[in-house]
Ligand binder design. Structure first.
Ligand code: ADP
Ligand code: MG
Length: 320
């Protein structure tokens, strides 16, 4: 007999919790709603993201990877705000109840909840096309935040890691051929992206503006420019490229590929020294890729000369 809704929740979702955090969680899963408190001098930062089958992940993606990604995309949003993630809710729409799938899914959630000390405090479980919606909440200090709108003319623009790797991973999967080790690395970047939570936290007080790259480097940097009412000049030759043979293709992925969840941020000249110290203390590659300027919009420069911007990001309703 298939499991009933309550059994599913009890068996697969009641154990995604950490003692660490429980002081602020007065009531988790089980009642009509959860009850949490916010520590003094903190503010609650909340984000939500939905993953739909075939839109946000390929059909064959494992349940573990789906869960991992569903939580990571939210962790990345909080990272971009410089927030410390704390708890989440899960709205799960399932076409059927397959226990092996649920067990795998639960493990994916648990791996990240252990890593970041997160509690799953509630949700909703329904029957329908596969869709995963997570709402994640965390804290920032009352006087500290990291917004898209804080960039100032004269700031340098930085990028963590390398964008375009996940997009190339998707291309490898779509080709439908056996994957070599090199290609598997890119597929892992697609299926198990890393949220830059620690970097986001350490940028508080250093960066003026920050965004996570989910839709494409140029498209997302344009959001910083727009929100900050300034422009950004990107140095084409400074932008890190995925390690693939075709440089033109690599560049295309780096500029427009989504799903990498790296952070792009801007830093004033006065904070360069602290940033350099931070860079020297992290294993993460952090690259200066441009400047914040007064002229609005994003401009791409190749050895100082403007380049046509034909690379745009992912846009959900572009086919309608
Ligand atoms: P109600 O019918 O009152 O909305 P539900 O039957 O939907 O309650 O949920 C019962 C309890 O289980 C609630 O505490 C709810 O937050 C939790 N819950 C339901 N689905 C999930 C899920 N997918 N993940 C975590 N908690 C869940
Ligand atoms: Mg109820």
């Amino acid at each position: 007999m298939p499991l009933l809704e309550f059994d599913i929740i009890k068996k697969y979702f009641s154990d995604i919790t950490t003692k660490e955090n429980s002081a602020n969680i007065h009531l988790g899963i089980g009642d009509d709603a959860a009850i949490v408190s916010i520590p003094e001098n903190k503010r609650l930062v909340v984000c939500t993201d939905t993953l739909n089958e075939a839109v946000h992940f390929p059909l064959k993606t494992s349940a573990y990877d789906i869960a991992y990604k569903a939580l990571t995309v939210n962790l990345s949003d909080l990272a971009a705000m410089g927030a410390m993630p704390k708890w989440f809710t899960l709205n799960l729409s399932l076409p059927d109840v397959t226990e092996s799938w649920l067990a795998d899914f639960s493990k994916g959630l648990k791996s990240l909840s252990d890593k970041y000390q997160l509690d799953l405090i509630g949700g909703d479980t329904t029957c329908g096309p596969l869709s995963i919606s997570i709402t994640l909440a965390g804290y920032v200090d009352e006087e500290q935040d990291l917004l898209r709108s804080g960039a100032k003319v004269g700031d340098k623009v930085y990028l963590s890691g390398c964008t375009g790797e996940a997009a190339y991973g998707l291309a490898c999967l779509s080709a439908g051929e056996a994957l070599d080790e090199h290609q598997q690395y890119f597929v892992s970047r697609l299926n198990q992206p890393a949220a830059r939570v620690d970097l986001g936290l350490s940028l508080l007080g250093i960066a003026n503006a920050c965004i996570d790259i989910s839709d494409g480097l140029v498209a997302d940097i344009a959001h910083i420019a727009e929100a900050s009412q300034c422009g950004v000049k990107l140095d084409l030759n400074a932008i890190p490229l995925p390690a693939i043979a075709d440089k033109e293709q690599a560049r295309h992925y780096a500029l427009s590929g989504g799903d990498d969840y790296e952070l792009a941020f801007t830093v004033a000249a006065s904070s360069q020294t602290v940033l350099e110290k931070l860079i020297s203390q992290t294993d993460l590659k952090i690259t200066c890729i441009g400047d914040v300027v007064a002229t609005q919009g994003v401009q791409l420069l190749d050895k100082g000369k403007p380049v046509e911007l034909s690379y745009t990001g992912y846009e959900h309703f572009s086919n309608q």
